[in-house]
Design a binder for this molecule. Sequence first.
Ligand SMILES: Cc1ncc(COP(=O)(O)O)c(C=O)c1O
Ligand SMILES: [Zn+2]
Length: 400
Amino acid sequence: MKQMECVFCQKTYSLDLFNLFCPECREPLLVKSPGQLLPVHSEKKSSLERHLGFLPSDEIIPGISLGEGSTPLLKLNRLMDQFNLPEIYIKNEMLNPTGSFKDRGTVIAVHKAVSMGIKTIGTVSTGNMAVSTAAYGARAGIKTLVLVSEETSDEKLYSAAVHGAILIKVKGDYGELFYKSLETGRKNHIYFINSTDPFRIEGYKVTAFELFDQFKEKIPTHIFVPVSSGGHIIGLMKAFKELKKRHKIDKYPAFIGVQPEKASPIAEAFLKGESKYTRIKKAGSVAQSINNPAPPGGNLVLKMIKELNGQIIKVPDSEILRAQSLLALYEGLFCLPASAATLAGLFRLKREKKLDPQDQTVLILTGAGIKNIKILDSSKMVILQTSLKKLDHTISSLLR
Ligand SMILES: Cc1ncc(COP(=O)(O)O)c(C=O)c1O
Ligand SMILES: [Zn+2]
């Protein structure tokens, strides 16, 4: 049985899926990394199986995976040329089965649920995790309860409902809903696979291992990650710590966590040099997937980012939307505003002269743009109309 660990007080705990926060520090517990070196199974086809030695599962249970991971790394030549940027790559997490990186975490947590005989799983989500948990719940044949914030887009709502999950839109503070769900879970024996669930976080590590492989066992200089609850960036940082512990790398990439200005409690604390964040009253960013007033992993992010010498920055909504549009126009990548925050963050560092021309940067594009089309400015889109009769004429006049 894997041990759980609080990195704040260093205490270890045995696993209890209904108590995944340190009772003393009230911070998320993590799966304790194994001490001994375990092999990478490079001959295996699936990314999960290749990295099983780094994961808290003894085996991959057939019939749970939906084929998550092994996402491409793409170089953004046109954006680099146009804006005189250093080498930029994106890790295309939009290609996961339900269109976001969440699937990498959900698959590992659902493995845990199945292996421990859990009958009902749940999640609290702004949308992407709702869709992911509902899909993997359906695949595993486990009853799934999804609690979503009021502002969740219809695209995400319907994509979760289609899998037959019990879907409840909850009015009230999103930060409080997180803790309330855990309380309900304990009472009703529902394993809530929320954003900082330690097994979810273990699944996110695989993205970092893939990057390490894709860069031929070297590391990029910067990795830009959008941050809401903090679960994703915690997983990525934990993976690099494990690589270092196993002497695979001798230094860390600079992690740049990006939050939108109107939902940036972690960035604010980072800027002030504080080790604990202060929750904000109300978050108001257009980047709905990362519009979080009270990130449950916030203090853990601050602790780990300091240790790895990274930073947490904030960017305004206007720059996020511009970045979303540039990725679509120049590179054919239509991502959510949350994901585009990474490019906005890169532009910010460039403006502040904090990037060198020889840097190699990676943006993690976490989720597909089609999950929220209502935020797009349709006044900027040109959609022409004609009749069949006038089609030739219309086209030739456009090409003239
Ligand atoms: C598209 C997208 N990007 C980034 C994030 C942030 O991830 P985390 O909450 O793990 O920090 C989320 C979280 O919901 C998301 O949906
Ligand atoms: Zn503790």
